[in-house]
Design a binder for this molecule. Structure first.
Ligand code: GLU
Length: 435
């Protein structure tokens, strides 16, 4: 069955249901609270374009849950941003923070636009106007944005500046994370998502959970996406001795079984805007990349890339979800049947929000930590959460007592989600329902 048409929020609903089956009864009456976003904001605002014309842009900010603390999550600029996807991504942020024991709730935002066709001036005006429309629904103790698809440190600097102009006289640095270093950004934040992804992958290999892979050194890695996460991941995996056999960006991919020269790839991308055409590499498509012969496949771009249609053709031994939601539930089932391991997004890519949390702590204290300290703390949290996920997975396998899901596998995604949802349900019960 093809699941091409499944929407991001249908995926989150299915995945939540998968976890629900394994939550202790007693708390399951609290689960409906987690099904829906707590707050949804939709805005339309005009922007004067460089040529003098006026265009109206639409933006969203969804706060899924704030049981653990203020909302936290990225803002993306992309033509395909829609409310369904932003809501699903906000829910993923809730699970990520709960899994990593970070005192934030889940949120996400986005503006429907094509950043590639916009000038810096237009992007700045869009960012400022969007943030001003959100007003006091953002704040260091309310909801804290960060970078996501096609937004970066510069975007976050504008977010900070806009909020600061609107709230003069306060230390407002903690209102946004992923800022430039000079503006209170954290050392290591830019690399954090990729660094966490390597840390978790190494840990699963070290624990012997991916039997077909004994070490990263010498393993063949393919990465879809060459943005903030994909490019840094390529670098870090290669520093661990892995061979990067394929890379891609939105225009297509490149492959070289002997290993792609990453310095050349980055330089080529910088001058031409794409990886495609890099000397001594074969040009492939993004779908070819997913099906390439490799050990570790890292989707690090958009959601819903591995579906029922191509899961049967994946050759990797393990899929590491650096992107949010790149694998659909139907694909999860096929991959599990084929013995392909999947390291789930809410664990694998949580390095970004983890160092965002460190940035927030540094901002509140007006301190800057050393890079080594940031990386050591990141490493420790990622590994602790990986271990907790493994422990939950092993426990669930022993404790099934005939209650297994006939439709979906009891995989690491289900274990990580169960852990996150269980923690939230317990905390919701401790806090009680107001009034
Ligand atoms: N946008 C990133 C994510 O999806 C980072 C979130 C954050 O740092 O708040 O995890």
């Amino acid at each position: 069955m093809s699941d091409d048409d499944i929407t991001p929020s249908q995926i989150s609903a299915v995945n939540l249901q998968r976890a629900q089956r394994y939550i202790d009864s007693g708390q399951d009456n609290l689960l409906p609270i987690l099904k829906y976003p707590r707050r949804v904001i939709s805005v339309n605002f005009p922007i004067e374009m460089d040529d003098g014309s006026v265009e109206v842009f639409r933006g969203y900010r969804v706060l899924h849950n704030r049981t653990l603390g203020p909302g936290k999550g990225g803002i993306r600029f992309h033509p395909e941003v829609d409310l369904d996807e932003v809501s699903a991504l906000a829910m993923l942020m809730t699970w990520k923070c709960a899994l990593l024991e970070i005192p934030f709730g889940g949120a996400k935002g986005g503006v429907v636009c094509d950043p590639k066709s916009l000038s810096q001036g237009e992007l700045r005006r869009i960012t400022r106007r969007f943030i001003s429309e959100l007003g006091d629904d953002l704040g260091p103790y309310t909801d804290i944005p960060s970078p996501d698809l096609y937004t970066d440190e510069q975007t976050m600097a504008w977010v900070y500046d806009t909020y600061d102009v609107m709230h003069q006289g306060n230390n407002n640095r903690a209102v946004v994370t992923g800022k430039p270093l000079l503006l209170g950004g954290s050392p290591g934040r830019r690399e954090a998502t990729a660094r966490g992804c390597v840390s978790v992958t190494e840990y699963f290999i070290h624990r012997g959970l991916i039997p077909a892979l004994s070490e990263l050194r010498g393993s063949r890695v393919a990465i879809q996406g060459f943005g903030n996460v994909g490019e840094v991941a390529a670098q870090l995996f290669s520093e661990c001795g892995a061979i990067i056999v394929a890379l891609s960006d939105s225009q297509g991919g490149i492959a070289d079984g002997e290993g792609i020269d990453l310095a050349e790839a980055s330089a080529f991308k910088k001058t031409t805007g794409t990886l495609v055409g890099l000397a001594h590499t074969e040009t492939i498509t993004n779908s070819d990349l997913l099906e390439i012969d490799c050990d570790v496949l890292i989707p690090a771009a958009l959601g819903r890339q591995i579906t029922a249609d191509n899961a049967g053709s994946i050759k990797a031994k393990v899929i590491v979800e650096a992107a949010n939601g790149p694998v659909t539930p139907a694909a999860d089932r096929i991959l599990a049947e084929r013995g392909i391991w999947l390291l789930p997004d809410i664990l694998v890519n949580a390095g970004g929000v983890t160092v965002s949390y460190f940035e927030w702590l540094q901002n509140l204290d007006n301190e800057t930590w050393q890079l080594d300290e940031v990386n050591a703390r990141l490493h420790q949290r990622m590994r602790a959460s990986a271990e907790a996920t493994i422990a939950r997975w092993q426990y669930l396998q022993c404790d099934l007592s005939g209650n297994e899901d006939a439709e979906y596998p009891l995989d690491l995604r289900t274990a990580a989600l169960t852990l996150a949802v269980d923690r939230l349900a317990q905390i919701t019960a401790q806090r009680g329902i107001w009034p």
